[in-house]
Ligand binder design. Structure first.
Ligand SMILES: Cc1ncc(COP(=O)(O)O)c(C=O)c1O
Length: 356
């Protein structure tokens, strides 16, 4: 059984992928060429946003986005206490200070009441994460009045009552890392925004601060999606809804089957793309070992809360007890865009077997 479908996807799309890769090689346009432009347009439309700015990774999308909205060294930026380290790393990389907000015990994401308490005059941005693909509570978080950048790295195609993930904040960052719901065969990322001036600033910041070649107006970096990856992602984007539907169906089956068990699931705040399906139990390590013995791969997202990461020690006076408890209990079960009913049922039988 596979934890995800990174290898299966190539088998499914081999002919089309090989063909577009060949076309890019022959085109002679490899950086910020036509494949990138088309993909920016198509992915922004998919996210219900007006502009897409393709970059090298979501980490750099977040750093660029934070600079674009005016975050400067020393400014504070609110981030959730549980996420991939990249969320807070992007803040620290530009010299700003991540401030960690504890999570809600129900949806496992930034708790709006805690975010409100932590917001001060020094807070220049808030970066909610749609964790595991579940939409964060952006409407409530927006009551802080702080400029919002969505970390939608895991939320391609997730929908909330406020709209599609990526369409609410001033900017949103996506990742195309291979294991994401929309992933390529390397690194890649995208910023989306419906504000044209912000889009223009991000375009400069990703490309040496230039609007036109060899004329740098601000300090910018080199963070550009390659045409090769853009061409691959255009092929995969056409399959994304189908893959997300399959993930949702598998997640619904898991939810139904686990109702009676002593495990806690993420409350559904909207329509997740089910990038990950997590369960929480005080017996996490035992469950992981039991499943491994039965050849069922599981992973932990994430074992260490952000305020306890060594890299962020200088920023972390905050106590986040819910995050501490959560990270010792959470386990991700296999889920992907072509998971079979047979695999879902094997996982269910094994999880039931552990608890009964
Ligand atoms: C929530 C979140 N934010 C940021 C990132 C960073 O993405 P990338 O690897 O594209 O820099 C990831 C990917 O691991 C992520 O899951």
């Amino acid at each position: 059984m596979e934890f995800n479908d990174v290898r299966l996807q190539y088998g499914l799309l081999r002919n089309e992928l090989d063909s577009v890769i060949g076309q890019v090689f022959e085109s002679g346009r490899y950086i910020l060429g036509p494949a990138v432009e088309h993909f920016e347009e198509e992915f922004a439309r998919y996210c219900r946003a007006a502009n897409g700015i393709a970059v090298g990774s979501a980490t750099s999308a977040l750093s660029i986005g934070l600079r674009a909205v005016g975050v400067e060294p020393g400014d504070e930026v609110l981030v959730p206490a549980v996420s991939a380290p990249a969320t807070a790393m992007a803040v620290a990389l530009i010299g700003a200070r991540p401030v960690f907000a504890d999570i809600s015990p129900d949806d496992f994401m930034m708790d709006p009441a805690i975010a409100q308490e932590l917001a001060t005059r020094r807070t220049k941005a808030i970066v909610p994460v749609h964790l595991y693909g579940m939409p964060a509570r952006l409407k409530e978080l927006s009551k802080t009045g702080i400029t919002m950048i969505e970390d939608a790295s895991q939320a391609h195609g997730s929908d909330a009552n406020w709209g599609r993930c990526g369409s609410f904040g001033e900017l949103a960052a996506f990742s195309f890392y291979p294991t994401k719901n929309l992933g390529t065969y390397g690194d890649g990322g995208m910023l989306v925004t419906s504000q044209a001036p912000l889009a223009e600033r991000c375009r400069m910041l990703r490309n040496y601060g230039q609007r036109e070649n060899y004329n740098s107006e601000v300090i910018g970096e080199n963070s550009r999606l390659d045409d090769l990856h853009a061409a691959i992602l255009r092929v995969k984007l056409k399959k994304l809804d189908e893959w997300n539907l399959r993930r949702r169906a598998a997640a619904a089956t898991y939810r139904e089957a686990f109702q009676e068990l002593p495990i806690k699931l993420q409350v559904e705040t909207g329509k997740s793309n089910y990038h990950l399906f997590v369960v929480t139990t005080p017996e996490r390590d035992g469950l992981h070992a039991y499943l491994a013995e039965r050849d069922i791969p599981t992973l932990v997202h994430y074992p260490i809360p952000l305020p306890r990461q060594k890299a962020f020690a200088e920023f972390a006076p905050a106590r986040c007890p819910r995050a501490d408890a959560f990270c010792s209990r959470v386990l991700s079960l296999p889920i992907h865009g072509s998971i079979s009913d047979g695999d879902v049922n094997r996982v269910i039988d094994a999880v039931r077997g552990f608890f009964t």
